[in-house]
Design a protein around this ligand. Structure first.
Ligand SMILES: *[C@@H]1O[C@H](CO)[C@@H](O)[C@H](O)[C@H]1NC(C)=O
Ligand SMILES: *[C@@H]1O[C@H](CO)[C@@H](O)[C@H](O)[C@H]1NC(C)=O
Ligand SMILES: *[C@H]1O[C@H](CO)[C@@H](O)[C@H](O)[C@H]1NC(C)=O
Length: 159
């Protein structure tokens, strides 16, 4: 009795191993599945208009959000940061009086200039003090109506 149960027990081990491996494979979702993304609303914004850089799929319980102009978290390019615990926003060297950083990590630009076009970096410091970065971009265009009125002005002149 004893040897038989020992044998069947040993025979079960690989099975259990396989089941465990299978359940790990099916329940393990890679961290990239919840990657932070930045959506620009709208992507093509008008000069003088607004654009919202919406931070999506954020990790939970973040400590700090920092926004930078450009594709790197370079301190001289910091626009603003937000400390979640104290609900405080601080302006950085690249702040231009037209940006608002929100509690949820999103950034609003107002009164856009053509020079605002480009890439922006969101740097998130998580609860465990590890960091995550995400990138967003948008383009600022001169309103079409002013281009039309200018060209028709010159068009009627040449005609
Ligand atoms: C973050 O907050 C801003 C301002 O309240 C809001 O417009 C925006 O939709 C929020 N973002 C998300 C992803 O909920
Ligand atoms: C928007 O910016 C332009 C210069 O880019 C400035 O002349 C104008 O006063 C600003 N408007 C507002 C409402 O801040
Ligand atoms: C039209 O073109 C002329 C030169 O040909 C220029 O002086 C003028 O400023 C232009 N007008 C507009 C509205 O762009």
């Amino acid at each position: 009795m004893e040897p038989r149960s020992a044998t069947s027990h040993r025979a079960l081990v690989p099975w259990q191993g396989l089941l465990l491996a299978a359940s790990l494979l099916t329940s393990w979702t890679p961290p990239t599945a919840a990657q932070v993304t930045i959506e620009s609303v709208p992507f093509y914004a008008a000069e003088g208009g607004d654009v919202l850089l919406l931070a999506k799929n954020l990790p939970e319980n973040n400590r700090v959000y920092k926004w930078f102009k450009g594709d790197r978290s370079e301190s001289t390019k910091e626009i603003a940061s937000y400390v979640v615990e104290t609900s405080t926003a601080t302006h950085g060297p690249a702040y231009s009086n037209r940006e608002t950083i929100y509690h949820n990590g999103s950034l609003l630009f107002k009164n856009l200039t053509l020079q605002d076009s480009g890439v922006y970096t969101l740097h998130i410091i998580k609860e465990d003090y590890l960091s995550v970065e995400a990138f967003g971009q948008f383009r600022v265009l001169r309103p079409v109506s002013s281009m039309i009125s200018k060209s028709t002005g010159n068009l009627s002149r040449t005609l």
